[in-house]
Design a protein around this ligand. Structure first.
Ligand SMILES: C[S@@+](CC[C@H](N)C(=O)[O-])C[C@H]1O[C@@H](n2cnc3c(N)ncnc32)[C@H](O)[C@@H]1O
Length: 305
């Protein structure tokens, strides 16, 4: 995480980085809008809100919506009736619009900075986000905007935020993968990729800016504090994914060293299904037992009175 620039520069770099990432984003992160994706999103929200999920929400706002992972899956499950999806990156907003059209879903898309939302007070019953808070330079401003646009009784629900300790622990499988990569490539018969991609390619652009857009990793109490300061009550923070994240990062780090065309389908299937299996193990055994800080991702919910 780099403390290198002004808030304005951070927003500008986030916009550029995500504009470039938008077209290949769903493939890169394995984002699914079918049954698997829907079940994943529902599981995350249920961990936060419990049985309230079954009552559903009328008007939902998503910040940093990207290509629509959260909102488009929630619309399909019927948990959300009307969705407004915002993002600072025009490229992401346009990819989300295309995904919604392909899925036959109606959604309002708006290009907006999460710290300055172009909506009237009390406009929404639910405000959600996935993997977005850690990109926002001024979290105090963002949380007070979330509070302002929520109707009384409304709720925020965020998932996929990097935990400081979880992030440190995940460095180990990444290092292990770097050491194992030559053997792994020989086993699957894959050619390696040069460590620095050619200048001007999307990859070199990605690698240069990735470190600059991820500006926070959180301890559970950081998220709690931001929510409390903005006036929220009923605040809950949970952790999710431990062994699943180690498995995922190990495989992802291996794959990053190979020509994608050489990675066989059986490997991709193994990595995908193994990850889903370990997610269950985390959820059923480790998440109820261990403190949130140790997990790779943090989830936050809170209510506006
Ligand atoms: C890691 S991506 C997550 C996208 C999506 N929520 C998902 O889970 O697939 C982070 C998203 O936050 C957006 N973002 C970054 N800074 C933002 C800001 N200040 N306001 C609104 N969105 C922002 C990025 O453009 C990007 O689409």
């Amino acid at each position: 995480m780099q403390a290198l620039r002004t808030d304005e520069e951070i927003r500008e770099v986030n916009t550029r980085y995500h504009d470039v990432a938008a077209a290949g984003y769903d493939f890169k992160w394995g984002i699914d809008f079918g049954k698997v994706g829907q079940a994943q999103v529902l599981r995350k929200l249920r961990k936060l809100v419990g049985p309230e999920l079954d009552r559903g929400y009328g008007r939902a706002l998503e910040i940093g919506a990207g290509t629509g992972y959260f909102s488009l899956n929630l619309l399909q499950t019927g948990v959300v009736e009307h969705a407004t999806c915002t993002d600072i990156s025009p490229g992401m907003v346009s990819t989300l619009g295309a995904n919604a059209r392909r899925l036959g879903l109606e959604v309002k898309t708006v290009r907006a900075d999460a710290e300055s939302l172009p909506f009237a007070d009390h406009s929404f019953d639910l405000v959600i986000g996935h993997a977005v808070l850690h990109h926002l330079p001024d979290l105090g401003r963002a949380f007070s905007e979330l509070h302002r646009v929520l109707a009384p009784g409304g709720r925020i629900a965020f998932a996929g935020e990097p935990s400081r300790l979880g992030d440190r622990l995940a460095a180990w499988p990444k290092r292990g993968a770097a050491a194992m990569a030559p053997v792994w490539r020989a086993l699957i018969g894959a050619a390696g990729v040069p460590s620095a991609a050619s200048p001007g390619s999307t990859d070199s652009f990605d690698h240069g800016l990735e470190r600059c857009v991820d500006i926070h990793a959180f301890a559970p109490e950081d998220l709690e504090r931001h929510a409390r300061r903005a006036g929220f009550t009923d605040i809950g923070v949970r952790g999710e994914e431990l062994v699943a994240s180690w498995f995922g990062w190990f495989n992802r780090a291996l794959e990053a060293t190979a020509d994608p065309d050489d990675v066989p389908m059986w490997w991709r299937q193994y990595a995908f299904h193994g990850y889903l299996l370990l997610q269950r193990l985390d959820e059923r055994v480790l998440e109820p037992l261990l403190p949130p800080a140790i997990f790779y991702n943090l989830l936050l919910t809170a209510r506006k009175e």
